[in-house]
Design a protein. Structure first.
Length: 382
């Protein structure tokens, strides 16, 4: 009998433990969206956990209410740019609903899941229509700035609803009729460095710049309606530029050199001596000295994009640049023999070597090159 009661008691304890494990709380300390994710993952392995189901339901209802309120506020504002934000809110709600729909049926039956597919489609259609009509309005005003706005609104219409009406064709048409020809003048004209006029045109660097800007292959996909040529190419092909690009170096400053010296003592023997007959006095000590001088120059590279017809500046920016080099003065500085007068043999003098002026200019140009290319492309991009 005692064994029977012990068995029954064990069953109750086991059931209680299992009940506690099944209904134990889960930690939900994030946002409503984060809590929904955590609870959903937990319910995949604990489908009957009522506390997890209750917390999931509560967080889902709060999330829906919050996002719906944001949608209401955005819809009331008269800004077409709000379409992106409204669709963003709807997309979050749709993602949450899709996640909950994947739960076991026991959890799903207790939560009223909303559907947003039709609402998203309506908003996309409205956004595409409104952006398309705005694009047509700007297109009718016939100047480059308005064409640029029309181009962007046509792009938006096509993003909201792919292949909306003839948006793709109009994007291509308005883009191609606004392609500009840009000619790059000689680099660094009349640039003075340490009082010396640097006259070299850096022809190879200019050709490389034209190539990296896309040359005459304009980029519809990247929104860059521009063809680039060197001034030499333009003269050869008799090209009349729409815009001209000038690049110059300004604010050239030489920084104070940094000098670092390293000394090392080594011991040896008198050359050509009989090793067995050497005495301490025959030993010599050599002092090796290495001096490194780091020089640097900083400057600003300025590009100016201007109209060839009116000389009006379209865009002007500066890019900081920095160039450094090192002079190595290494060698044996002195030899000292024991028990004799000290004799110093100077094998090298500390010399600070400066590159040619044009090499410094090229170093400064290369230091700013990537930023310069990106800024120019951004200036001409749509």
């Amino acid at each position: 009998m005692r064994k029977f009661y012990h068995f029954i008691s064990s069953l109750f304890i086991t059931a209680a433990v299992l009940s506690c494990n099944t209904q134990r709380n889960i930690r939900l300390t994030g946002t409503n969206e984060e809590n929904i994710l955590t609870a959903s993952e937990y319910l995949q392995t604990h489908p009957g956990n009522k506390k997890a189901i209750a917390q999931l339901k509560s967080n889902y209802e709060k999330a829906v209410a919050n996002h719906q309120q944001k949608i209401k506020e955005l819809s009331a504002a008269p800004d077409t740019g709000n379409y992106e934000m409204i669709l963003g809110e709807l997309s979050v709600l749709q993602d949450l609903s899709q996640r909950i729909k994947k739960l076991p049926e026991e959890a799903l039956n207790t939560i009223a899941v909303n559907h947003y597919e039709s609402q998203i489609m309506r908003f996309r259609d409205s956004a595409a229509k409104e952006n398309y009509e705005l694009a047509l309005t700007y297109l009718s005003k016939e100047n480059r700035d308005n064409d640029k706005k029309a181009y962007r609104y046509f792009l938006k219409a096509d993003v909201f609803e792919p292949n909306y009406k003839d948006a793709k064709e109009k994007i291509k048409d308005v883009f191609e009729r606004n392609i500009v020809t840009v000619v790059i003048n000689p680099l660094f004209p009349k640039t003075s460095y340490d009082g010396v006029l640097v006259s070299e045109e850096f022809a190879d660097a200019k050709k490389e710049l034209v190539k990296d800007l896309g040359a005459d292959l304009y980029k519809l996909e990247e929104g860059i309606p521009a063809k680039f040529y060197t001034s030499e190419e333009a003269n050869e092909k008799n090209i009349k530029p729409d815009w001209v690009l000038d690049i110059s170096l300004t604010e050239i400053k030489r920084n104070k050199p940094e000098v670092n010296t390293f000394n090392e003592m080594s011991r040896g023997v008198v050359p050509n001596a009989d090793i067995k007959s050497l005495s301490p006095s025959d030993q010599v000590f050599a002092s090796s000295s290495s001096t490194y001088i780091t020089n640097s120059v900083k400057a600003e590279i300025q590009y100016t994009l201007r109209s060839n017809k009116t000389n009006e500046i379209i865009k002007q920016e500066t890019v900081p640049s920095y160039y450094q080099w090192m002079t190595d003065n290494s060698g044996v500085a002195a030899i000292q023999q024991m028990q004799s007068s000290v004799s110093v043999v100077k094998t090298n003098n500390i010399v600070n070597v400066w590159p040619q002026k044009n090499n410094v200019m090229a170093g400064l140009f290369n230091g700013a090159y990537s930023d310069l290319v990106n800024k120019i492309l951004y200036a001409v991009s749509w």
